[in-house]
Design a protein around this ligand. Sequence first.
Ligand code: ATP
Length: 311
Amino acid sequence: MTSAAAPTMVHAKAPGKINVFLKVGALAEDGYHDVAIAYQAVSLYEEVRAYPADDFSVTVGGTVELSRVPTDATNIAIKAARLLARRTGYRGGARLEIDKHVPVTGGMGGGSADAAATLLACDALWGTELPRDEMLALASQLGADVPFAFTGGTAIGTGRGDQLSPALAKGQFQWVLALADFGLSTPAVYSELDSHRDRHAQDIYPADVAPSVDANVLQALRAGDPHMLAETLYNDLQAPALHLEPSLAGVLELGEENGALAGIISGSGPTVAFLAADLDSALELQIALSAARLTVVRAIGPVHGARLVTL
Ligand code: ATP
């Protein structure tokens, strides 16, 4: 009997995401918020190559601004590989190469996609064959958005965003993304939301403790109708992100003036996601925003989650 030789490299990829709906619950005593998110995975992929090594290391390249990505043990890909090794009792390490295409600190879950692709790549490299449900449990220990980067498609996330249930979706949506040349820190945006709610406690309804996704969003996704989805895009983090970065309001306006059905800040921003009616309007919008000197990429969604790339 011959046993298969250990691979010399494993290549995996995982998608970034847009939150087409994001409602934030009241601040809980532990300092976190429950959320209700409708996630859509989009065709900007993070690629991770894992090579056998005695220890853990990472190098990072790609098409996006990389200066905010750490290359030490705080990189989430290293955390993911170490967590998998600990969980499975694997004694070696991995040399990881990340090729990034999702904007960094852009509110599109790029780091989460790196973590999901790393889990998958190292599991195949080491032959640890962790069952999928255990892999998802490791993913949620790494971050609230990591399980979704693993599963992809369209899903509803509740709890911290990591309790996923798949949602039905038809067709493909066309997105045009305006990338910022700065990042927004997710914790800073949440704390701006909390202060806004404190300041206006007299005038606004208190936030639900356990928020839920509106039925209209689910219906628009099921129908695959961009006009319907445009009406239901919603993000509680948009107002605080705009408060921290007022220039984003001009970007939203510019997209809507140039044919976008609607625009929304993606997650905690600063990426602005515009939904277009079809490919032609997406291309026109891309040209108009590029002419205004914005950095723009197009993406479609939904797409699959983390996968091994076979050569
Ligand atoms: P989310 O939408 O999930 O909140 P994000 O897209 O706004 O995340 P990321 O690009 O995932 O933001 O990165 C968030 C932070 O994590 C950055 O400040 C960065 O320094 C740190 N980080 C750690 N590992 C990575 C990685 N592999 N890629 C990008 N950032 C990383």
